[in-house]
Design a protein around this ligand. Structure first.
Ligand code: SF4
Length: 355
């Protein structure tokens, strides 16, 4: 089955760590952006009826319900097995009946940490939002956490994990802070500057320890890792996001959206303004290489992959080395990353890319 992704890059504030092409844009751009989305959706060649929908951002929980209606009416089929709306805590209007899943960008439950990132919410607001979701019958929700924020310590991480235990979400995503020049914080860290708490980020080993502690604590709560950054109670794994890692088709609409269909990958122009201004937003069209991609996409999953005989042959030396080093585990014909392999996943994936 296939999925649809819609990108909504509009936010109420720009968080210091955020490296997405999202931001605070003029209201007028929003109308032009919606028109461009409708144009792109109408021009799409639908080879299938999608069964999952994900509206990410940005802060799509700020989209007006009328606009949502206009957009979603353009899509073929509305019987979503899963329809997810990303939400910023504190920006949660009543959820449109189209959605049966919400992803809440909590990031931390320590208010001082949140303030330094520019987020406007508090732990108490996340708690209120979770109660609001449950009252609206949305039991399927995700909480995002980031390990590596300025000022974060093993103790404050434990506080965030205890809030997670208290709120009892069926799905949690744990990301490690990404340091690159696409975020203000990342750029400041790379330049060794003092702004945004850049000199207070935890050491790499401390961030890894936070990730490992989260894995352990979530396991105690019955929330198991099914992908490197994603943890769920049984049956609550994200059906839409699983398509990315299982190389199933999906089409993304909007700024910086990615698509994979019929053996091709493409990506849209990055900024909201450029997207709204162009009649053809696609900037890249490449043939996918499923043999190569299965290793660095499929291995992200706990279920791992079952290499074909030709893949075994092509990658035998690397596979044997990683098995001997305890970075891979073998389960019958399946291969997966070991817990130690997960921590070195980027280096491992590079190996298959270069093979
Ligand atoms: S982290 Fe989320 S809310 Fe903050 S700027 Fe990025 S997309 Fe917007």
């Amino acid at each position: 089955m296939a999925g649809v992704y819609i990108s909504w890059p509009f936010c109420a504030q720009k968080c210091t760590y955020c490296n997405f092409a999202s931001g605070v844009f003029p209201k007028a751009l929003e109308g032009e952006y919606v028109d461009a989305l409708i144009r792109e959706i109408r021009a799409a060649e639908w080879r299938w009826t999608p069964d999952t929908l994900y509206i990410g951002g940005g802060t799509p929980s700020l989209i007006d319900h009328e606009i949502l209606d206009r957009l979603l009416r353009e899509l073929p089929g509305h019987l979503w097995a899963e329809a997810t709306l990303e939400a910023a805590p504190g920006a949660l209007a009543p959820i449109s009946p189209y959605f049966n899943r919400v992803s809440l960008g909590a990031q931390s439950f320590v208010d001082a940490e949140l303030r330094r990132t520019g987020r406007k919410h508090t732990a108490a607001i996340v708690e209120e939002n979770v109660a609001q979701l449950r009252a609206q019958g949305i039991a399927n929700f995700n909480i995002d956490l980031i390990a590596g924020l300025p000022g974060q310590t093993a103790g404050s991480w434990e506080t965030s994990l205890e809030w997670v235990a208290r709120l009892d979400p069926p799905h949690v995503s744990v990301y490690m802070l990404e340091v690159d020049e696409d975020s203000r914080l990342g750029l400041e860290i790379l330049n060794d500057g003092p702004r945004y708490g850049a000199r207070d980020i935890p050491a790499d080993e401390a961030i890894v320890a936070m990730y490992e502690r989260a894995t352990e604590r979530l396991h105690e709560l019955g929330i198991e890792r099914y992908e490197i950054s994603n943890f769920a109670k049984p049956g609550f794994e994200s059906k839409h996001n699983l398509k990315y890692w299982r190389l199933e088709p999906y089409i993304g609409f909007g700024a910086d959206a990615h698509s994979f269909d019929d053996g091709s990958r493409w990506q849209n122009v990055e900024t909201a303004a450029a997207y709204a201004a162009t009649a053809d937003p696609r900037i890249e069209l490449t043939r996918a290489n499923p043999d190569e991609e299965r290793f660095f996409v499929g291995l992200r999953l706990r279920e791992g992959i079952e290499p074909s005989p030709s893949e075994w042959l092509a990658h035998e030396p690397a596979i044997t080395r990683f098995l001997n080093q305890g970075l891979f585990e073998k389960d019958g014909p399946r291969l997966r990353l070991s817990p130690r392999g997960i921590l070195l996943s980027n280096e491992i994936f590079q190996e298959f890319l270069a093979a």
